[in-house]
Design a protein around this ligand. Sequence first.
Ligand SMILES: Cc1cc2nc3c(=O)[nH]c(=O)nc-3n(C[C@H](O)[C@H](O)[C@H](O)COP(=O)(O)OP(=O)(O)OC[C@H]3O[C@@H](n4cnc5c(N)ncnc54)[C@H](O)[C@@H]3O)c2cc1C
Length: 400
Amino acid sequence: MAERKKVLVLGAGYAGLQTVAKLQKQLSEEDAQITLINKNDYHYEATWLHEASAGTLNYEDVLYPIASVLKKHVKFVKAEVTKIDRNAKKVETTNGIFDFDILVVGLGFESETFGIEGMKEHAFQIENVNTARQISRHIEDKFANYAASKTKDNKDLAILVGGAGFTGVEFLGELTDRIPELANKYGVDQSKVKITCVEAAPKMLPMFSDELVNHAVSYLEERGVEFKVGTPIVAANEKGFVVKVDDKEQQLEANTVVWAAGVRGSHLMEKSFEGVKRGRIVTKQDLTIDGYDDIFVIGDVSAFIPEGADRPLPTTAQLAMQQGEKTATNIKHILKGEPTENFTYADRGTVCSLGRHDGVGVVFGREITGKKAAFMKRVVDTRAVFKIGGLGLAYKKGKF
Ligand SMILES: Cc1cc2nc3c(=O)[nH]c(=O)nc-3n(C[C@H](O)[C@H](O)[C@H](O)COP(=O)(O)OP(=O)(O)OC[C@H]3O[C@@H](n4cnc5c(N)ncnc54)[C@H](O)[C@@H]3O)c2cc1C
């Protein structure tokens, strides 16, 4: 019997787990030795982190054990990847060194603060399950503190959000659902709560039309959110954000400060590959990288430029999952000695939630708002878990 090839998948996010989910159906134990490495023994739905951060969804509902979706012939290793040696075909981790014949890198995103002074130290980041749990607990603690204290520091009820892009707006939507619950629980006058969103660019949600943006803004403003658009944040400190207005610096104060304005690919990418920008490497059309036909780079660590286009597609879970599926197909081709296929992206649309009951989006080219958008968001979220774990997982984790 020919020696079994070693297929090593790094990261069990949308990209890595989708690769393995498809690969384990296509390949038997005799075909290849498949190993998946991830730093936690659970997968989390990164696209639900704004809910866990606001506390509208329990953090436990955002995750599930990776082992629960793996077949017996896939080996799972809980470890943090510390080094990828592409030429020696070895990956170093906190749990040993692994060699590979075919490598899939799906190490995902990290928060990007663009060098803004104090942002890493003084603002929470919506980055993973742990940071999400910290944010929701912190917000609730501040309400409890306000209710219990005699001096009543209004800053305990003030929340500053940096960024009015997709993540920032989705987080604001959840906050407008969560605040009335917290105010009620702690007997706090809701009119004293102040949520301020600061955005440097002149336009929020740049991927959407003015009509959709206006819908999102008026929905959130009606629920108490104040927007400061076209206002750069120049620093974060123990008091809040320092912003620039008419060339003068102003201090905005709050006891909860959240940065939701940027992500980059894993910092390991710069350490492991050449030509990496903000943790992302440009891939070839079949999702491998230049000079390495057996290394696939997918999801948020990749920059995929479709043929004929001049810029990479925005990194999303939708893209990561489609890339995972194509990678599984291409690995099968390589193992059979066949040529790989090029990846083509099928854009099914984007829906930005505004809490549980509203949203804005474009689905199959049509703009939608309100309850219809909120419903579509639940369909998209449920589909993501169904695609990895089938009906059983969709039943447990789906949003019905
Ligand atoms: C709040 C929020 C809302 C979003 N909403 C949407 C949306 O509505 N639609 C959409 O399409 N996209 C959305 N996105 C973007 C989407 O979440 C990402 O594009 C997607 O998660 C990328 O998938 P990935 O598999 O590449 O990486 P990730 O989901 O980041 O997964 C990477 C995995 O690798 C693991 N890992 C990282 N480093 C190491 C290491 N050194 N060693 C071992 N394991 C490691 C991580 O723990 C994780 O399990 C949203 C993002 C956020 C933050």
